[in-house]
Design a protein around this ligand. Structure first.
Ligand code: ARG
Ligand code: ZN
Length: 881
């Protein structure tokens, strides 16, 4: 484990490498405890670089076995090797020379899951961001592109399958029960896209013919016996390949495309060229073991990694500050894919919920950073919601500013101009400026300034003049290291909703800032006037969430209820209802805190009943609308002095009020939505299940009866319904035999299937209340739990710390203490995962004083632990700063 050097990397310090590596030949002699890696590198000095300039290669915990220059063993005086670098001072005078580096590594000892490691006896790699340097010494930076040829030698019995990037070459048997395979990737790539897999896996094969007529062999490789669970992933892959051709004109470029599912993986998945490696959670699914959410995640992540082939691989990043260049753009692309495959409105609402749930708190807390950060200590801590999700929002805004045709023209230009390059965000934005003839310099602030802009709006209607005047103002709160903010260009799509619910006509008097249904804020304040407005309209603002801002419109409740019922923009309908709910819940939480009973407005309760019954709306939308804001969402909107117990109490009471007001109608709907048809994962069926399951939750909370959920659990024919019933039993009912039996049954059924048992861990970890800490602590002793498997950790400890507000933030601080113990244990082996877990404390300053002090105490305790890794040190220091 690399401990913290305190070094800070800065964007302005970027300089190109003095050397190139046009060709890389790797030979792996694989063994769990001692793998020999031979790297034959063709090194080329860049023009103008002096011959005496030393070559410094990156390493991380490496042991050098031997080193040769142009075939001759290097003299001890000519180089210096440490675990973390290899420096060569006397190099050949010729511009180009060959280095042969042999290193020794131990995959079986690699618990950090970066570099080459073993997962369930399968050799696999993860190199992004800086894992390649744990395999061999290299210029491990994304702007050094090389053509790789890889030879893998391994035991034939334990590792019959040998994979690497590119196209397959020679294979054969070797002495001693070993065999080899050679792979060649013709596309120059940075080291972070290197991958190798060797093991005994089952292969599911299929094929795809590209629009260029290239036949591509597709393979998904999984644990033996899990082949049947790859059907959906394979289907999603083929749909992704087709979609990228149709929507962006991008075809696949190799003869093979392989996906491998491994059970120990730090993140979701990795886009290595031609060989995507996945967390098995995002590949394996069947109706019995996976929920609709799992199916949707698999579809999105398969698409995401596949789309990286063009946005990330063919065009990569110059340096890690440019991470959003590939990630924001690729998230935008996968969101568009899902919108086209499923329901656009439902996808948008889901994406905005994710953004608000993950990115807004990041942007509003101590870990805030721009979409393109300017400095980092540990790059792995910048694979964030800001870089990914807000990065996608910025691309979406470019498409909104330009319109679909010019946006596509810009993308075409991007591929044409930068194919084969390591590019920057400036170069990306420039293609749109050039394609559209626009100046996007003010817009560029979206990449440079951290913080969620606040936008306030107020409308006044002048009946006599038939004029609607709107005053809009923007402000951006200070964020760490950025106290003064510049005025941004914020595009707000809008409509004026008339009394019959349809959009009204208008004419903008000062047309400059209004264009094609979009208000362009470019100044701090705008006073807009719309004439020819025949009646008082309701203002529908930020339609489709056109800009990632916090919007407050000064309007009365009746207007908001009206918009929630009638807005033609489904996103805004959802938003209006959500805003109403949040307002009511905050007021109720404040009453609950004072021990006074809250009272909920009848118009809101009635509206929920009407939406549930509205057959003109798709079930998935109705399910989303009826989902009350999460406790964390309510807390975020409250902003400060948070008491999670009061929030939970308020939320439960509102659910009860809605559930009891519509008990009969909901019971009827629950029955009507019961489907006897065999399970299919399509979005329509998933939407009906989602609606039925949210109705179940209302029925449970209002009746207090566990029998309905228990029956659904027992009768369930798929995991979606089974897990939903279990969740209701865990969250809505106290201890009962129904509940205990269901949990025992689930454990019995799936105890040998870790991925499925994760749901069991997760549901219990999320169940609210003061006893949660003890429950979670006890589950940590369960034989299926493991501190070294990231999925287990996230299911139990990750869920507890992010989705269990009352448990984690227990008033006596026990939740924090338990959490810190685990984080400190995990970080000894896997610092990256520990650092990620630790971000759960980022909003500690908004807690009420008692909890705030306890959270600070535990952060200080972590901070004073000895030999903290760079990863955790960085998060803890920034969180406390
Ligand atoms: N590029 C991968 C993806 O978005 C994520 C890899 C992150 N790895 C890391 N060590 N931070 O698909
Ligand atoms: Zn990605």
């Amino acid at each position: 484990m690399r401990s913290d050097t305190g070094q800070v990397f800065k964007l302005e310090d970027y300089r190109p490498s003095d050397f190139r590596i046009p060709a890389t030949e790797l030979t792996f002699d694989l063994a769990p405890e001692r793998t020999l890696v031979t790297a034959e590198l063709t090194i080329e000095r860049q023009p103008g670089v002096a011959a005496k300039t030393p070559l410094v290669l990156d390493g991380d915990g490496l042991t050098l076995v031997s080193l040769a220059i142009d075939g001759e063993a290097a003299g001890a005086a000519s180089f210096r090797a440490t675990p973390d670098s290899l420096t060569l001072r006397s190099l050949p005078a010729a511009r180009s020379f060959r280095l042969t580096i042999v290193t020794e590594i131990a995959p079986a000892e690699n618990a950090a899951l970066m570099g080459l490691y073993l997962s369930n006896s399968v050799y696999c790699t993860q190199c992004e961001a800086e894992g390649f340097r744990r395999i061999t010494y290299f210029l491990d930076r994304p702007d050094v592109l090389s053509v790789y040829t890889v030879r893998i030698e391994a035991d034939l019995k334990t590792a019959p399958l040998l994979l690497s990037n590119g196209n397959p070459g020679e294979t054969g048997e070797l002495n001693g029960g070993r065999h080899f395979a050679v792979w060649h990737d013709p596309f120059p790539k940075p080291s972070y896209l290197f991958a190798l897999v060797a093991g005994d896996l089952a292969t599911v094969s299929d094929s795809f013919e590209t629009m260029e007529g290239r036949k591509v062999a597709l393979g998904i490789h999984v644990e033996h016996g899990k082949q049947d669970r790859t059907t959906y992933a394979m289907d999603a892959l083929k749909r992704s390949m087709k979609w990228d051709e149709e929507r962006f004109g991008r075809a696949y470029d190799l003869d093979v495309f392989n996906i491998v599912a491994v059970s120990d993986f730090n993140m979701g998945a990795m886009e290595n060229k031609g060989l995507n490696i996945f967390n098995d959670k995002y590949v394996l699914a069947d109706p019995e073991t996976a929920t609709d959410t799992d199916f949707a995640n698999i579809e999105a992540i398969i698409a995401h990694e596949y789309f990286h082939n063009w946005t990330g691989n063919r065009i990569t990043c110059r340096d890690w500050f440019q991470l959003c260049l590939k990630e924001g753009l690729t998230v935008y692309r996968d969101q568009e894919f899902t919108a086209d495959q499923r329901s656009r409105a439902v996808e948008r609402i889901g994406d905005v919920r994710t953004l608000k749930g993950h990115q807004f708190p990041e942007d509003q807390g101590p870990l805030a950073h721009p979409v393109r950060p300017r400095r980092y200590r540990e790059i792995n801590n910048f694979y964030t919601a800001t870089v990914y999700e807000k990065g996608a929002e910025v691309v979406r805004m470019i498409q909104a500013l330009l319109g679909p045709d010019l946006f596509r023209a810009g993308m075409d230009l991007y591929f044409e101009r930068h194919d084969g390059e390591a590019a920057t965000v400036e170069e990306f934005v420039k293609v749109f400026e050039d394609a559209a003839g626009r100046d996007l310099s003010q817009f560029f602030l979206w990449y440079q300034q951290a913080g969620t802009p606040n936008v306030t709006a107020k409308a006044r209607y002048d009946e006599g003049a038939r004029v609607l005047a709107i005053d809009i103002e923007q402000s951006i709160p200070p964020t760490p290291g950025e106290s003064r903010k510049k005025v941004m260009h914020i595009p707000l799509a809008f409509g004026l909703v008339g009394p019959d619910g349809s959009d009204m006509d208008w004419k903008a008097v000062d047309g400059a800032s209004v264009e094609n249904g979009v208000i362009h804020l470019r100044k701090r304040k705008h006073a807009l006037r719309f004439s020819g407005v025949s009646e008082r309209p309701r203002l529908s603002l930020n339609r489709g969430f056109s800009a990632p801002v916090t919007l407050s419109v000064e309007e009365n409740r009746a207007d908001r209820i009206f918009l929630a019922r009638h807005d033609g923009d489904l996103f805004c309908r959802w938003q209006a209802l959500n805003t109403l709910m949040v307002e009511v819940l905050i007021a109720a939480a404040n009453l609950c805190r004072d021990g006074r009973p809250p009272d909920f407005p009848a118009d809101l309760v009635a509206l929920c009943g009407d939406i549930a019954a509205d057959e003109s709306l798709e079930p998935a939308f109705r399910a989303l609308a009826l989902t009350l804001p999460a406790e964390a969402d309510i807390a975020r909107e409250m902003g400060s002095n948070i008491d999670p117990d009061a929030i939970l109490a308020a939320r439960t009471l509102l659910a009860e009020a809605i559930g009891s007001a519509h008990a009969q109608a909901f019971a009827a709907l629950y029955g009507a939505l019961d489907s006897k048809a065999p399970f299919t994962p399509d979005s329509g069926s998933a939407g009906r299940r989602a609606l039925r399951n949210i109705i179940l939750d209302y029925l449970a909370v209002s009746s207090g009866e566990a029998s309905l959920a228990a029956r659904q659990y027992a009768d369930a024919s798929n995991m979606t319904d089974r897990a939903a019933a279990l969740t209701v039993l865990a969250t809505r009912h106290g201890e009962s035999t129904d509940k205990a039996e269901a949990f025992a049954d689930f454990e019995r059924r799936y105890r040998t299937d870790a991925l499925v048992l994760d749901k069991w861990f997760q549901i219990q970890a999320a169940a609210p209340g003061p006893a949660a800490v003890e429950t979670v602590r006890a589950l940590g002793e369960h034989p299926a739990f493991s501190l070294t498997n990231p999925n287990r950790l996230r299911a139990l400890v990750g869920t507890f710390s992010t989705a269990n507000q009352t448990g984690f933030h227990r008033a006596d601080g026990e939740g924090y203490r338990f959490f810190a113990e685990i984080v400190l244990q995990v970080e000894k082996k896997n610092p990256q995962v520990a650092a990620r877990l630790a971000t759960a404390l980022r909003s500690w300053r908004s807690l009420e004083p008692g909890r705030k002090a306890l959270a600070r105490e535990v952060l200080l305790r972590m901070s004073s632990a000895e030999n903290l890794s760079a990863d955790l040190r960085d998060i803890v220091d920034r969180t406390l700063a």
